[in-house]
Design a protein. Structure first.
Length: 293
């Protein structure tokens, strides 16, 4: 049986797009896994997945590797290819800076000047992102990392704490908690109270955003619906990880009505039991024809 990751829809040649960015002559780096773009990744970021893989160089991930498949790789690299002179990415829910580093390295190889902007709620993971950007050669002045919660508007939210960074990657913020619940959570040490960072505030100082990557554990459709004016004015390409078929439908409805063009998508992969369970997030890549005719 062929991999489900070959079952995507695309208006461009996704696999050829990936192949165009394959780095040549890659050499292993002690202590790091090196992917096919040349990005170095410390296995401590994913101890359960990458233990023992330090010193390896990965092949091109067709149909997928340990963190992404054809649809996601191709959409991200498509956004890089559509950029001109500069490449600016905002990654909401950036974790260790996965797409900051992957697209930043690809953009740099094309002669573009990268600006990498990430938002992440887990304190340990934002530390991973800072470390990964430095290891992959991005100067601090080109990297902007925010310890907070991506949102449509400013405010405060709770985010769960974990004892060891890299163990849990699907933690979800709590919005609109009561003062009493906030006090309890902070007293117990189970959560941090973090600023909600508005997309408009992130985007405004940087002109055009060549890629907005959204992976915020189920809040994707809400954010897109609430930020349509900012998206239309500032964002050239959206790559979104979807956490349910319902979310996928809502994003379809919202962005198609607003005139965006869907260029690539793979639906969420489900396990069918008493209730459908998402086992692999879906992927959608959207082009803004107002900024990319």
């Amino acid at each position: 049986m062929s991999s489900p990751f070959f079952y995507y829809n695309s208006t461009f040649d996704a696999q050829e797009t990936m192949r165009r960015h394959a780095a040549t002559g890659l050499q292993p780096t002690p202590g790091y896994l090196t992917n096919y773009l040349g990005v170095r990744i410390d296995p401590k970021f994913f101890p359960t997945l990458l233990a023992g893989r330090a010193g390896e160089v990965e092949a091109i991930p067709i149909p997928a590797n340990w963190h992404a498949d054809i649809a996601e790789w191709a959409a991200a690299l498509r956004a890089v290819e559509l950029a001109r002179e500069r490449f600016t990415i905002i990654e909401l829910g950036c974790g260790w800076g996965c797409w900051l580093n992957n697209t930043g390295v690809a953009a740099r190889r094309l002669g573009l000047t990268p600006t990498l902007i990430g938002v992440e709620g887990d304190e340990g993971h934002i530390g991973f992102a800072r470390e990964a950007c430095a290891v992959n050669g991005f100067p601090s002045e080109s990297v902007e990392l925010h310890h907070g919660i991506a949102a449509a508007t400013r405010g405060q939210a709770l985010f769960p704490r974990q004892d060891h960074a890299g163990v849990q990657w699907g933690l979800e913020p709590i919005f609109n908690a009561s003062d009493r619940d906030i006090a309890k959570a902070l007293k117990r040490g189970t959560h941090d109270q973090l600023p909600m960072i508005a997309l408009e505030d992130l985007a405004k100082p940087h002109g055009r955003i060549d890629l907005l990557h959204i992976d915020i554990q189920g809040g994707e459709a809400d954010l897109i619906e609430s930020c349509l004016p900012t998206l239309a004015e500032r964002v050239a390409y959206i790559l979104v990880g979807t956490h349910s078929r319902q979310i996928e439908g809502r994003i379809f409805q919202t962005l198609l009505a607003a005139g965006w063009l869907l260029e690539i998508e793979r639906p969420a992969i489900l396990h069918l039991g008493p209730a459908p369970l998402v086992v692999v997030d879906g992927v959608q890549g959207w082009r803004n024809p107002k900024l990319l005719p």
